[in-house]
Design a protein around this ligand. Structure first.
Ligand code: PMP
Ligand code: GLU
Length: 394
């Protein structure tokens, strides 16, 4: 029978992208939807980066690129990682991909054999679990709820490790919760991981620059485990470049080589023009990064204050990224206009249809009863969205 493969049948569509699509469709029909679903900066890419891309076209950076990325970009990334993380990498350890997303998926497909276990503290970003499924690995989810600021403890981590554990995925600052592990908390996790030399750590640090704590320590900077940490990062969030599709891994050489082999058969090197733009992002002035972070922090304060005014909604105070992940479970089981809200998914649909605010169901991040709001939008939109949500919930 001619039908899609079991692999694709088993794959869930990306809930973040689906909700954003739904919100754009409604907007195209003339509905005034405030989109707080997809997570992407609302800023334009800084001017000097766009200029570099235009120059790249004029200078004929228009041919196939090396599979792991231009050497000049990889050197710029090495310099950036030295400055921001204090870690020295060789350019050969850097592999540039179509967004951090491809970098993550490359690593999972390159390391995970069928049945291998991957530990993922939850709530977690929607795509990790699906990538592990693609690799026929087994997701081992470790729940870390609001009461522990959504951060996994060393004890929980140790308890989840088995002889089949091949990888741990940690994301800090976190999507969807905005939680940031302190350097001490990371050290405590590293103290566990160092006892298990066969486990690779995937450190998703894509939100590194959107961090309000003033301190950041990269998981790649702990000497005890440095030879088996893959750092994932990119320009999407820090430089408002989601559409350019440039991300990278900084990895042990054997992982970098394996992902290059995979990428060489699959997508080849990333876009020449976008790579030159990313190079300008890393080598150019960094004030824009700090300015955008300051705006996000102000919006964080605003949305937390407004969310706290909604009866029955519980929130943490996110320390980074640009998401709020409120507990809305007190509204589940309620009936409104003959419609029963049976789950946080129903609540998201209700908010979309009635309040015209697009959010994402916490279940997509493995924590039903919660919803995710992206506050990477204007202060006015945040105020209006929270007013509408409050009214709809009342
Ligand atoms: N990791 C996390 C936690 C993310 O939220 C995203 C969002 N896109 C990515 C990775 C992928 O980033 P990119 O757009 O560079 O592929
Ligand atoms: N990472 C963003 C989000 O979580 C972008 C969409 C995606 O790639 O999932 O909304």
């Amino acid at each position: 029978m001619l039908e899609v493969s079991q692999r694709i049948q088993a794959l869930a569509p990306s809930a973040t992208l689906a909700m954003s699509q739904r919100s754009n469709e409604l907007r195209a029909q003339g509905v005034d939807v405030i989109n707080m679903s997809v997570g992407e900066p609302d800023f334009d890419t800084p001017h000097h980066i766009k200029e570099a891309a235009k120059r790249a076209i004029d200078e004929n950076y228009t041919r196939y690129t090396p599979v792991p990325g231009y050497m000049s970009l990889r050197k710029a990334i090495v310099q950036n990682l030295k400055e921001t993380n204090g870690v020295e990498y060789q350019p050969e350890q850097i592999v540039v991909s179509n967004g951090a997303k491809q970098g993550l998926c490359n690593v999972i497909l390159s390391v995970i054999n069928p049945g291998d276990e991957v530990i993922i503290p939850t709530p977690a970003w929607v795509s990790y679990m699906e990538m592990v499924k693609l690799a026929e690995g087994k997701n081992v989810l470790v729940p870390a709820g609001l009461e522990q600021d959504f951060k996994v403890t060393p004890e929980q981590l140790r308890a989840a490790i088995t002889p089949r554990t091949r990888m741990i995925i940690l994301c800090s600052p976190s999507n969807p919760t905005g939680s940031v592990y302190t350097p001490d908390e990371l050290q405590a996790l590293v103290d566990v991981i160092k006892d298990y030399p066969d486990i690779l750590v995937m450190a998703d640090e894509i939100y590194q620059q959107i961090n309000y704590t003033g301190t950041f320590r990269s998981l790649g900077s702990f000497p005890e485990i440095a030879d088996r940490v893959v750092v994932v990062n990119g320009v999407s969030k820090a430089y408002a470049m989601t559409g350019w599709r440039i991300g990278f891994i900084a990895a042990p050489l054997w992982v970098a080589k394996a992902t290059t082999k995979l990428q060489g058969q699959y997508t080849s090197g990333a876009s020449s023009i976008a790579q030159k733009a990313a190079e300008a992002a890393y080598l150019g002035p960094q004030e824009c990064v700090k300015e955008m972070c300051a705006v996000f922090q102000r919006r964080r304060d605003l949305i937390v204050e407004l969310a706290r005014q909604i009866p029955g909604v519980k929130v943490n105070v996110p320390q980074g990224a640009f998401y709020l992940f409120p507990d809305v479970s007190s509204y589940i089981g309620k009936t409104v206009g003959g419609r029963e809200i049976k789950s946080s998914g129903d609540l998201c649909m209700y908010l979309l249809e009635v309040a015209h605010v697009a959010t994402v169901d916490g279940a997509a991040f493995c924590l039903p009863g919660y919803i995710r709001l992206s506050y990477a939008t204007s202060d006015d939109n945040i105020r209006e969205a929270m007013r509408r949500i409050r009214e709809a919930l009342a």
